[in-house]
Design a binder for this molecule. Structure first.
Ligand SMILES: NC(=O)c1ccc[n+]([C@@H]2O[C@H](COP(=O)([O-])OP(=O)(O)OC[C@H]3O[C@@H](n4cnc5c(N)ncnc54)[C@H](OP(=O)(O)O)[C@@H]3O)[C@@H](O)[C@H]2O)c1
Length: 281
């Protein structure tokens, strides 16, 4: 197998940042319930380094993973960053405990998230800052005030959204330009088809979270026959289907295992026929 950079197709943010469509999501590298420090830190560092070594140049993290620990882990594993490595982070969630996620769009909190991410990642500019959730209790214009300021100051290059409807994308796009949307989407959960189609038509990246349904075995019934025919795994076919679904899809499968990481990157070299794609769809 070649490196992912040799075989994966690419996606360009704005005019100047091109990444391989097969990236890595680092949320698994945290404690139970995405809370606290990851149990095996040495292994987590090895996974991150193996990803970059294999050619991954798009990594997705968030202030909320840990919280904070995950961004620091990325720094400790990968800083100084390889040229061309694009790190996307997010802000706008309070984390009072394991598996508890409370949207917080208060502008002061957003400002502190942005400043904290810059510091923890050890960068002068965040490549892509995504609002993790729109807070229903705060006018979205207020939430984005510090984001607009940070873009003007050069602290944020690009802005994205997460778990939003088409209506919300339009509402935010009237306030500031956005380049990406990160919503739950995989072969087993396609509730956001309309959002995916909207992003494809409007030049935005679509970054499905849970691309492996948070465990590829959940998709096995749907996939196993075609996986066998390709001598591939369920995870690989699930990712290959997403790569074929739309050219603006960027993948961030998560894993704590170097073996799974390498397996997932192998999806870049699997080409499904139109008939296979339709059968899976
Ligand atoms: N925006 C949001 O609100 C939001 C929400 C959730 C997640 N995300 C993002 O999406 C990324 C991906 O999500 P995720 O990691 O939770 O879910 P996922 O990528 O759908 O699945 C990860 C799970 O699948 C397992 N897995 C991965 N590769 C495998 C393989 N080849 N064979 C067998 N099992 C495999 C992992 O276990 P092992 O460790 O054993 O491999 C892990 O339990 C996150 O890292 C995060 O960046 C965003």
């Amino acid at each position: 197998m070649g490196t992912v950079s040799e075989i994966a197709s690419t996606y360009t943010f704005g005019k100047d940042i091109t990444v391989n469509r097969l990236g890595y999501g680092s949320m698994q590298l945290a404690g139970f319930g995405v809370f606290g420090e990851v149990e095996d830190r040495e292994n987590a560092i090895a996974v991150l380094r193996a990803a970059v070594e294999a050619g991954v140049n798009f990594i997705d993290t968030a202030e909320a993973y840990g919280p904070k620990f995950n961004e620091s882990l990325i720094h400790d594993a990968l800083h100084p960053y390889k040229k061309g490595l694009f790190i996307a982070t997010k802000g706008g969630f309070n984390r009072p405990g394991p598996n508890v996620w409370v949207p917080n769009g208060n502008p002061d909190y957003i400002q502190s998230n942005i400043d904290g991410s810059l510091e923890r990642l050890g960068v002068n500019q965040i490549d892509l800052w995504q609002l993790h959730r729109i807070d229903p209790n705060i006018p979205v214009k207020q939430t984005f005030k510090p984001v607009i300021k940070a873009v003007k100051e050069g602290k944020i290059k690009y802005v994205g959204l997460s778990e939003v409807s088409v209506k919300q994308i339009k509402e935010v796009s009237d306030i500031l330009p956005i380049v990406s949307v990160q919503n739950l989407y995989n072969l087993g959960n396609r509730q956001w088809e309309d959002v995916l189609d909207y992003t494809t038509k409007n030049g935005l990246a679509f970054i499905p979270w849970f691309p492996l349904a948070s465990g590829p075995h959940k998709l096995a019934d749907k996939i196993d026959k075609i996986a066998k025919e390709h001598q591939a795994t369920t995870a690989q076919i699930a990712l290959a289907w997403l790569l074929k679904r739309a050219s603006n899809i960027l993948l961030i499968p998560g894993t704590k295992s170097i073996k799974h990481l390498q397996e997932n990157l192998g999806a870049a070299s699997i080409e499904l026929t139109d008939a296979e794609f339709e059968a899976l769809s």
